[in-house]
Design a protein around this ligand. Structure first.
Ligand code: CMX
Length: 135
């Protein structure tokens, strides 16, 4: 599998409005916009850092997995997303290599990307996302 770069680092926050100013105004990152990813019950905001992004994740309801994450661990790094060319192919490769997966098939992420999560037990407790951008 050709892991091309870190596409983004996901950070769980209680409030985008409260968190964006630190990255945008203190660190000087370009704010790229925000969107709701309905089926994952999160609102995300992207801030550009070089060829990667910081993805702030705000839960949209109490049942959101990100709300549960914050409840358990507090705000902080939620996942690392590696960019791949073909996420469906990458999933098949992970299966062949007996890597434990959360997603057996690609699903839609932010910006119309296609994504898949590996199980954190496969990666030392770090939630790992494979991400195929839309372009
Ligand atoms: N870091 C480390 N471990 C995590 C974790 C995280 N962020 N999230 C979940 N886990 C652990 C759980 O504690 C659980 O461990 P145990 O099996 O030991 O109990 C295990 O992983 C499975 O978690 P789960 O919540 O029971 O499993 P689900 O299949 O219901 O959901 C996941 C897994 C990761 C998809 C979900 O928790 C989640 O975080 N969903 C939101 C994903 C997200 O960020 N979406 C926006 C992405 C947009 C984009 O990047 O484009």
């Amino acid at each position: 599998m050709n892991t091309k770069k870190i596409n983004h680092i996901g950070i769980a926050v209680n409030s985008l409005d409260a968190s964006i100013p630190f990255y945008r105004d203190q660190l000087g990152m370009e704010f790229e916009g925000s969107e709701v990813v309905e089926d994952q019950k999160v609102k995300v905001a992207f801030l550009v850092v070089g060829e990667s992004r910081i993805e702030l994740l705000e839960p949209t309801c109490a049942e959101s997995p990100v709300a549960k994450f914050i409840e358990k661990k507090g705000e902080g790094i939620h996942h690392i997303a590696y960019e791949v060319e073909d996420v469906a192919k990458a999933i098949e490769e992970m299966k062949e290599k007996d890597v434990r997966l959360i997603d057996q098939a690609p699903r839609r992420g932010a910006h119309n990307s296609m994504i898949a999560f590996l199980h954190p037990k496969a990666s030392g407790g770090v939630l790992t996302e494979l991400c195929q951008p839309a372009h």
